[in-house]
Design a protein around this ligand. Structure first.
Ligand code: NOJ
Length: 489
């Protein structure tokens, strides 16, 4: 532990003002969400990979530390080229995670504990091994336009060779178009070539995706985190060609207007599902690294609504060097638009694609980040392991796609073999070296620890002063000077 006193760096003060106000917030508006990365949370069968039974086994832990809802990264059938974000069957559980029966048992446990469960919904693309893509390659009836296919151009310099339909560059680098020999056309993929994009201008695709939502809603889930929202549509010219774009300013391949409408459709679908079936609000969380003006639209325009929670990634810019005024600027970015207009807020610290909090802000400030997160109004989202201050494992190498494993190492439950994550000492990713000291068991037993701070803050979050976050209830925040950021509840 470094000896630098916290107050020399940045202090967050939270003042409580108790008022007798009726608290009328829907469950999600004040939720404390926790992201489980299923491969890495708890391995129940000793094969070194986390699974659904493991989650069920350990779910009490979330309740114990004050979490109210959890979202799970994909657990569906997949060849795992992108660790489950390449789905080959949207309504099947991948055998490495378990079975549908295991899933049902897990949902039952969630309900018993009064925790909400949210699944990852990956509508932008499937795996290239998905039956739908295979059928589309062969132009089977009903599947011809399931994906985005285009002829491209004859290469004037190389007779018989084809050039892609546009200069678009995929998120992981390289062209967004890949030639398919069988179909003799290019297909579009915003991510890897093994992740072909669906064609959401095709009504049948839209219906199939609603079927997917319904399938999981019927099994009791409380909502969906929608993957890769900005990438759902790409611009097409009226003659069917695709316009080139500046790769640094992706005006044709991200955040197209039709995406907003699509979110409205999904929201309407969830609302009618609730009307027909009762139960609490089912929610949509949107993963969109988009400008605030676009997040505002993804949330809704006052008459139409999209995602309940468009993720707010701004607190990722809090670093070791940030002072109270920097924090204020970041907080203002969200509050001035989303809170003022819609009275909605959410605060996120990390996920499976990003460096861990401790690496970004340093050990001294990790707890401060949680004061900030919880002190502010609305939803908090915690990536597994952040509550105990887990660090990156391995280095971030240059390729974005390959270099994301560092924040996905096995969860550190205790100081036993493989940190109590697995009974095997061979785990799919190595366990962090510090697990003997940094683990749940130690931190729950210690008088003071990150986990104890986290737990105390979650408790606070459920008190009336914290729940009642609407403007009229006297909430305010400001940077008092460079070192003190004050929040009044
Ligand atoms: C965002 C997910 O968080 C990431 O892990 C994945 O690679 C891409 N979407 C593609 O699905």
């Amino acid at each position: 532990m470094s000896k630098t006193p916290l107050y020399a760096v940045l202090v967050i003060t939270i003042s409580l003002v108790y008022t007798a106000v009726a608290v009328t917030v829907d469950w999600w508006e004040n939720a404390s969400l926790y992201q489980i990365y299923p491969r890495s949370w708890k391995d129940s069968d000793g094969n070194g990979i986390g699974d659904i039974k493991g989650i069920t086994e350990k779910l009490d832990y979330l309740k114990e530390i004050g979490i109210t809802a959890s979202w799970l990264s994909p657990i569906f059938k997949s060849p795992m080229v992108d660790n489950g974000y390449d789905i080959s069957n949207f309504t099947e559980i991948d055998p490495i995670f378990g079975t549908l029966d295991d899933f049902d048992a897990m949902v039952k446990k969630f309900k018993e504990l009064d925790l909400k469960i949210i699944l990852d919904f990956v509508p932008n693309h499937s795996s290239d091994e998905c039956e739908w893509f295979q059928k589309s390659i062969h132009r089977e009836n009903g599947y011809e336009d399931f994906y985005i296919w285009a002829d491209g151009f004859e290469d004037p310099q190389n007779a018989g060779q084809k050039l892609p339909p546009s200069n678009w560059v995929s998120v992981f680098g390289g062209p967004m178009w890949t030639w398919n020999e069988k179909r003799q056309q290019f297909y579009l993929h915003q991510f890897l070539p093994q992740q072909p994009d669906f064609n959401f201008r095709n009504e049948i695709v839209r219906e199939k995706m609603l079927d997917v939502l319904k399938f999981w809603l019927d099994r009791g889930v409380d909502g969906f985190r929608i993957d890769a929202v900005p990438y759902m549509f790409e611009k097409v010219n009226s003659d069917g060609t695709y316009p080139d774009e500046d790769p640094k300013n992706q005006i044709y391949t991200q955040n197209q207007n039709e995406t907003v409408e699509l979110l409205y459709d999904w929201r309407n679908f969830l609302e009618s599902y609730q009307k027909q079936n009762g139960g609490d609000t089912r929610i949509l969380l949107a993963e969109a690294y988009s400008p605030i003006a676009m997040l505002d639209r993804y949330f809704g325009n006052g008459t139409h609504f999209g995602a309940h929670i468009p993720f707010n990634f701004d607190l990722w810019y809090v670093t070791k060097a940030s002072n109270a005024r920097d924090v204020q600027r970041l907080v203002d970015g969200w509050m001035n638009v989303m809170w003022k207009k819609h009275q909605t807020a959410n605060w996120l610290t990390g996920n499976h694609d990003m460096k861990r909090v401790i690496e970004r802000v340093g050990q001294n400030k990790t707890n401060l980040v949680y004061f900030l997160l919880t002190g502010l109004p609305g939803v908090t989202v915690t990536y597994y392991g952040e509550e105990i201050g887990m660090s990156n494992v391995g280095s971030q190498n240059s390729s974005y796609q390959a270099g994301r494993a560092f924040a996905r190492s096995p969860f550190q439950w205790n100081d036993d073999i493989s940190a109590g994550f697995s009974s095997s000492n061979k785990t799919w990713l190595p366990v962090a070296n510090n697990y003997k000291t940094v683990n749940v068991k130690n931190q729950l037993a210690a008088e003071r620890s990150s986990l104890k701070v986290f737990k105390a803050l979650q408790k606070l979050k459920q008190t009336p002063a914290f729940k009642a976050f609407k403007k009229q209830n006297g909430f305010s925040y400001k940077a008092v000077n460079d070192n003190v950021f004050q929040i009044i509840r």
